[in-house]
Design a protein around this ligand. Structure first.
Ligand code: HEM
Length: 411
């Protein structure tokens, strides 16, 4: 790509949405700290820079409160929208220390490795149930997002929190609407209004559930959140609800994409699939390679809290920065032959779950779900192959995932 091409490069152009890696490679090689006039933001693409910035507090995560103050505090703002951003403002992922430190400590007391490991048999059961429904309809066709990855990951986190099974179906709509609010989407002018609507219904619902858990504690994550203590500190009622929304949201949107993108990579690389079929013990390495090769976190956003000089540019206080794990994970300075999908690779530490103080709290759950879900789908659906036609990817900057993943198999 020429310098001119790069200057006008669009991360959300149709080619880059379908396959962002050629553009990311060009940026990493020629303009690793890139100012995009189109998005009025910096894009940082080299492994070392992304890794350093994620650990650097001058790259602030506190980006909801400034938006609210600038755009939503005036008269005439839809109160539902202000309330929805109020919930986001209580998410630890959008906070800096000391608020972040406090919330993370309390959530870590509730969201423990034990709580995750306990789900292992249920994840297998839920996966088998969904695959049974897919094979049972006799069509030899499925959408691996809508019929498998999405309901699997949504059910797992909903069950962990203690959402009764009968209520889980409603989460899909709410969650889709909130996705518009958090991830942003192009060409959807109503996304904020819809997102606010979904958030209001979800927080109403959770408020009732939290009240019920306060009266009668259960052995689930919501009760653990209510009773989590750090010295005299505890989460407020609103913080329990906001954290519940965060877990429901973070808990399945991204993992759906890991399972989808991972299965796609295996179908596109039959030699790697054959390796995994022959030796199931390779599955944990395979999941790490799925995260590296085509992971769900395309970019992670930050707001500059101070002026910072980086590779000859000054990133000014208040400017927005997209740190790109999807590019860092293909950096040849860290990974040999980085565009090769190799499930036996044991080199480098991929950045798809972030790094530093905001390192993904759900990484063990995401890894466990994927390690169970991916091989089961390959076993249950003989002759699995992508269906004809173009795959549609979500046209968003922050995440990398398919809207639909149509497949065929031998019925
Ligand atoms: C493959 C699936 C997943 C990916 C790719 C992913 C990715 C990430 C990334 C990149 C961050 C750091 C964000 C930042 O630095 O601003 C993060 C944070 C977080 N993730 Fe995940 N995540 C996944 C699954 C999950 C799951 C299953 C849960 C919980 C059920 C979860 C809960 C969280 C939470 C609570 C944070 C905030 C941590 C903090 O701010 O200290 N994630 N995730």
């Amino acid at each position: 790509m020429t310098a001119l091409d790069l200057a006008t490069a669009d991360m959300l152009g149709p080619d880059a949405v379908a396959d962002p890696y050629p553009l990311l490679t060009a940026l990493r090689e020629h303009d690793p700290v890139h100012w995009s006039a189109r998005y009025r933001s910096w894009f940082v693409t080299r492994f070392d820079d992304v890794s350093d910035a994620l650990r650097d507090e001058r790259f602030s995560s506190d980006r909801i409160a400034p938006y609210r103050r600038a755009r939503l505090d005036g008269p005439g703002t839809d109160p539902a929208l202000r309330a929805a951003f109020g919930v986001l403002e209580d998410w630890m992922v959008f906070k800096d220390p000391p608020d972040h430190t406090r919330l993370r400590k309390l959530l870590s007391r509730a969201f423990t490795p034990r709580a995750v490991n306990r789900m292992r048999p249920r994840i297998g059961e839920i996966a088998d149930g969904l695959l049974g429904a897919v094979t049972g309809n006799g069509s030899g066709r499925a959408d691996l997002i809508a019929d498998y990855a999405y309901p699997l990951t949504a059910s797992v986190i909903a069950e962990m929190l203690g959402v009764p099974r009968a209520d889980q179906a409603r989460f899909k709509d709410w969650s889709d609407q909130i996705t518009g609010l958090v991830f942003g989407g192009m060409g959807d002018a109503d996304r904020h209004t819809l997102g606010a609507h979904g958030m209001a219904e979800l927080t109403d619902y959770l408020s009732g559930l939290v009240a019920a858990h306060e009266r009668e504690p259960a052995d689930d994550l919501l009760s653990a959140l209510i009773s989590a203590r750090d010295a005299d500190d505890a989460l407020s009622h609103d913080e329990v609800i906001a954290t519940g929304v965060l877990l429901l949201f973070a808990g399945h949107e991204t993992t759906t994409n890991l399972i989808g993108n991972g299965l796609l990579a295996l179908l596109h690389h039959p030699d790697q699939r054959a390796l995994l079929d022959a030796d199931p013990s390779l599955v944990d390495g395979a999941v790490e390679e799925m995260m590296r090769f085509d992971g769900p976190a395309k970019t992670v956003a930050r707001l500059m809290g101070a002026d910072v000089d980086l590779r000859g540019h000054t990133l000014r206080r208040g400017e927005r920065v997209f740190l790109c794990p999807s590019s860092a994970n293909r950096d040849p300075a860290v990974f040999d032959d980085p565009d090769r999908f190799d499930i036996t690779r044991r080199q480098g530490r991929q950045l798809g779950f972030g790094v530093g103080m905001h390192y993904c709290l759900g990484a063990p759950l995401a890894r466990l779900e994927s390690a169970i879900a991916v091989p089961r789908a390959l076993r249950a659906l003989p002759g699995l192959r992508p269906d004809d036609g173009e795959l549609r990817w979500h046209p968003v900057l922050l995440s990398r995932g398919m809207e639909r993943f149509p497949v065929r198999f031998d019925a």
